[in-house]
Design a protein around this ligand. Sequence first.
Ligand code: FMN
Length: 189
Amino acid sequence: MERQADHSVDPLFLRRWSPRAMAGTPLAAGELLQLFEAARWAPSSGNGQPWRFVYALRGDPAFVSFLDLLVTGNRVWCERAGALVVILSRTVRDNGKPVRTHSFDTGAAWMSLALQGAVQGLVVHAMEGFDYARAAALVAAPAGLAVEAMVAIGHPGAVTDLPEHLRAREVPSGREPVASFAFAGRFPG
Ligand SMILES: Cc1cc2nc3c(=O)[nH]c(=O)nc-3n(C[C@H](O)[C@H](O)[C@H](O)COP(=O)(O)O)c2cc1C
């Protein structure tokens, strides 16, 4: 079903979604840099830019190790990704003070990356289904960094590239109406 907005927005917001079917082709380093460039310009509290990305391109020895972090349900379709990325955030400033908005800011950067991926016609799919502790160890995350999510990125594939049980789910999802999450002044009693 095609996504429909109730209130006019740029079509890019409807076009971005999280497919799983990928072509299994390597992603060019330059394609990935464009996505990180988009993330770079995200807003953050005090312009602290707490986001960090550690990536493995398909064909790098690290790609297999990144793949191995994923739960089976994600690994089966991520095997055809062009790159896998671990997203982390800095939870502590240089002066030792906590960064209260580290996840919020990094979420903004992730969304910029995802939207740029949609512009480039790429599959960009976030995941929490992986081993967070092993991911931190694998990427040698320095102290004070929190693992936030992983992302699969790739050139789009055909639905038949997916295991059979995932094919019917390969459609953009809908959303609750704005009135269910945006309230004037206070939550309704
Ligand atoms: C932080 C985060 C974690 C997610 N984890 C997974 C995951 O482990 N596996 C998966 O298949 N999809 C995962 N997703 C994708 C969501 O299910 C998807 O974004 C949501 O259903 C909305 O669909 P859309 O992105 O196509 O609009 C995740 C998305 C986000 C933002």
